[in-house]
Design a binder for this molecule. Structure first.
Ligand code: PEP
Length: 249
């Protein structure tokens, strides 16, 4: 049985005042039936982890460096994230792939660094609009999976987030059939590469314009084990009904 996961990616949003949203979320979901992960900006990690202590919420980073330490000004290692209280880190988000020219091999190295540091790597995959329109979605996903997921992946140390780039922050969402097709494809490939045990234990999140109004339908799609949520994770009033929809799915 895969435990469901509602993950929130605050991106480059949030200063100290925003932590009240986390407090509110923790109070509303004190006995959550699903895992809840909030990934605030690095500047808030430590305080967020303090707030989340002894609650059902876990805290994650949004990126990490592939090396454990060294001369990399401005970067943060997975070990540092763990030291600040994170238990997970997002790697390979499309905004990192685009803004920082991160390639599959970079994402794989970061995921490995995260796992080595004891964190869960939330590995993001997803096609562009042009790739979908050219009917290349499954080939792109296959390439990203081979290139970005390290060989040591298990259901405990890796989560996969399918995030079509054209759906992120746009209000556009794939059809439920399209989501189901990609999630089934990812599941089948995981089982083929890692065997049925590991392949069936890795959680698959959908990400891209998940809102309170569409969450329940998306969570009813087979092989969707939760969501990675951007904009709607910033306010407890928006994220809370998404968590509740996941709990009842
Ligand atoms: C994301 O950035 O991972 C994301 C899914 O964003 P949004 O929910 O705002 O589309």
């Amino acid at each position: 049985m895969r435990r469901k996961l509602a993950a929130g990616n605050w991106k480059m949003n949030g200063i100290s005042a925003g932590l009240t949203e986390l407090q509110s979320l923790a109070a509303t979901h004190a006995d959550a039936d699903v895992d809840i992960l909030i990934c605030p900006p690095a500047t808030l990690l430590h305080r967020a982890a303090e707030i989340a202590q002894d609650t059902s919420i876990r805290i994650g980073g949004q990126d990490c460096h592939a090396n454990a330490a060294g001369a990399h000004t401005g970067d943060i290692s997975a070990q540092m994230l763990g030291d600040a209280g994170a238990t997970a880190v997002i790697v390979g988000h499309s905004e990192r792939r685009e803004d920082h020219d991160e390639r599959n091999e970079d994402v794989r190295a970061k995921a490995k660094a995260a796992i080595d540091a004891g964190l869960t790597a939330v590995i993001c995959l997803g096609e562009s609009l042009a790739q979908r329109e050219a009917a290349n979605t499954l080939d792109i996903i296959a390439g990203q999976m081979s290139g970005s997921i390290p060989d040591l992946a298990t259901g405990e140390n890796v989560v996969i987030a399918y995030e079509p780039i054209w759906a992120i922050g746009t209000g556009k969402v794939p059809t439920l059939e399209q989501i189901g097709e990609v999630h089934d494809f990812i599941r089948a490939r995981l089982e083929r590469r890692f065997g049925e045990g590991v392949g069936r234990s890795v959680r698959l999140l959908y990400g891209g314009s998940v809102k309170p109004g569409n969450a329940a339908d998306i969570f009813a799609v087979p092989n969707v084990d939760g969501a990675l949520v951007g904009g709607a994770s910033l306010k407890a009033a928006d994220f809370s009904p998404i968590i509740s929809a996941l709990e009842t799915s």
